[in-house]
Write a protein that binds this ligand. Sequence first.
Ligand SMILES: C[S@@+](CC[C@H](N)C(=O)[O-])C[C@H]1O[C@@H](n2cnc3c(N)ncnc32)[C@H](O)[C@@H]1O
Length: 262
Amino acid sequence: MSQPIHMNAGPLGRIDIVPTGGKLSVTPASALMVRAVGSSVAMLAGSGIDWGTGSGCIAIAAARIPAVESIVGIDVLPADVAAATANARRNRVSAVASFIQADVFAPGDESGAAVLEELKEATGFLTANPPASPDGDGLGWRRKVLAGARRFLVEGGPALVQISYQYGMARIEGLVDDVPGYRYCGIAATTGWVPFDLGRSDLARQLVQYAAEETRGGQPYVFRHPEQELEMTAAAALEHHRATGSSPLSKWQAHLYVYEPG
Ligand SMILES: C[S@@+](CC[C@H](N)C(=O)[O-])C[C@H]1O[C@@H](n2cnc3c(N)ncnc32)[C@H](O)[C@@H]1O
């Protein structure tokens, strides 16, 4: 078994997470979301859902909040559900955090179905660090998760969603037009400028995808030049990387949306 990774949940203390086994199961985006939960203590209460829970790190941080009565982590991979369950035990939050297998929000078995049925229109908050979508502008999974969560959230329920800086504020705020029923409420947590590490094959693929989206006429992405105080589009960042080998800069961020139907 791998050694636990120590993650900083701010006022909620340190959590110890054994990764799920996947190479990218705990990333800088995971660390940012754990910190975001720590800085959102006052707004997270009642029953929560952590969508795409992976190692369970976000759910486990949320389970430390005294006003959180329960949190259910959902993942499509049974191995992640098992790893998250073991991590909850390791951090002594099993009484509050539990995990089920589901594809998007479609439960894999009857007990998962019963859990999700109870959460309909009764979920106080959502947390999510969804995967990047391999097509379109990259935010397709975020739209799917926010759309699906409307069946669960109570009116006024916050959704804390990981979306990095390079997507640009127009696209990030525009999610409320793509998925009606939410109000955009700003940045919940952010890192400073960090390399969008093109040594990571997933991020290298994403940059190519973003440049293709710009060519199709999509909104420009917003990176920071690695050496100068300049903004760069994805196409410019890709060209610079091909010429110099350096990665552009971005920020890992968590954004807050509040469910306000009608
Ligand atoms: C970016 S990882 C985040 C993991 C964890 N929440 C974290 O922040 O470290 C996205 C997670 O979404 C899960 N996922 C992908 N497709 C899914 C689906 N169709 N339904 C539910 N979960 C899914 C993956 O298995 C993965 O654990």
